[in-house]
Ligand binder design. Structure first.
Ligand SMILES: C[S@@+](CC[C@H](N)C(=O)[O-])C[C@H]1O[C@@H](n2cnc3c(N)ncnc32)[C@H](O)[C@@H]1O
Length: 283
């Protein structure tokens, strides 16, 4: 069992419920936090955890929004399913906020079922001035509905801890091909273009070398962009819904350090195998 984690520790992979694990990590230690939570979180685990971010007055502690409770109440009255989900997520987002450094950035990966509510609530929690982007990750794969527009995108909400101090370096980001290369100079075509807030990127190919077999694995290419823009070499990146460990793999390839947490023994086994294969050291 390794000693308690500090920023001088090695990269770490931890199995356990993330709320318990991350509450032991020190304030402000991470320059980026990426979270890709499952939508189908259960009622029983959600109810126990809600109180942990509330003060005796019932207000959320650690966050900025004063009207948060009212907004939360209004939104929850529309959608029971979202209430369960948010009750689970809220104390974990409070921890993410606490763990972010002053120049740090949260990337919260969601889909269309929750993104709109989550944005309203995060505006109230972090402060609207801390909203940086809504990234649309668009892909085109799998079955397509014929009765509505097939849903083929995820939403990644980006919030910074301090809008006056956050780190963002677009020059470090992998560039992509121009959609209409005939309209720009050959020099620009050769350099590629800076991605916008709409990211066309394939899902993990079922036959590609990146595939781990973990069902919800996200492509390393989208994690690379976040980490390149929002951290520097040597900075710490945290993912406490780590799944197959995509964040750790991307962080290590960019010479950033990482802490990964997942409650599933299967996930942790996949992460360990993946990092070992990539020659990445961790405890
Ligand atoms: C959508 S997956 C993450 C996939 C990941 N981004 C990847 O690229 O592989 C969500 C993960 O959260 C984990 N999880 C759910 N609830 C958790 C909790 N309370 N504590 C820790 N991990 C949790 C699940 O085991 C699952 O692996």
């Amino acid at each position: 069992m390794p000693a308690a984690w500090t920023p001088t520790s090695a990269n770490r992979v931890i199995q356990g419920d993330n709320l318990a694990v991350v509450s032991a990590l020190p304030d402000g230690a991470f320059t980026a936090v990426y979270l890709d939570p499952p939508f189908n979180t259960g009622r029983s685990q959600s109810r126990q955890s809600t109180t942990s971010v509330r003060s005796v007055t019932g207000a959320i502690t650690g966050f900025k929004g004063q009207q948060y409770d009212r907004i939360r109440g209004d939104l929850m009255s529309y959608d029971d399913r979202f209430e369960d989900y948010w009750s689970f997520l809220e104390p974990r987002l409070a921890e993410a906020w606490r763990l972010l450094s002053d120049d740090g950035t949260l990337y919260l990966h969601l889909d269309y079922r929750e993104a709109h509510y989550a944005k309203v609530l995060l505006d109230a929690l972090f402060g609207r001035e801390c909203f940086l982007n809504e990234i649309i990750w668009a892909y085109d794969y799998g079955a397509k509905s014929k009765s509505r527009w097939p849903a083929k995108h995820d939403t990644i909400l980006v919030y910074v801890r301090n809008p006056a101090k956050y780190h963002f370096d677009s020059a470090e980001v992998d560039r992509e091909p121009y959609m209409a290369p005939g309209l720009v100079t050959p020099e620009k075509v050769a350099k590629g273009k800076l991605p916008t807030d709409v990211w066309w990127h394939t899902i993990v190919s079922p036959t590609g070398k990146e595939k781990t077999g973990y069902p919800t694995q996200k492509p390393e290419g989208i994690l690379r962009r976040m980490i390149q823009a929002s951290t520097r070499e040597g900075d710490w990146v945290l993912d406490f819904f780590a799944g197959s460990g995509t964040t750790g793999a991307a962080a290590a390839s960019l010479r950033r350090r990482f802490v990964l947490v997942d409650e599933s023994p299967d996930a942790v086994a996949v992460i360990r195998k993946r990092l070992d294969k990539a020659g990445v050291a961790f405890e």
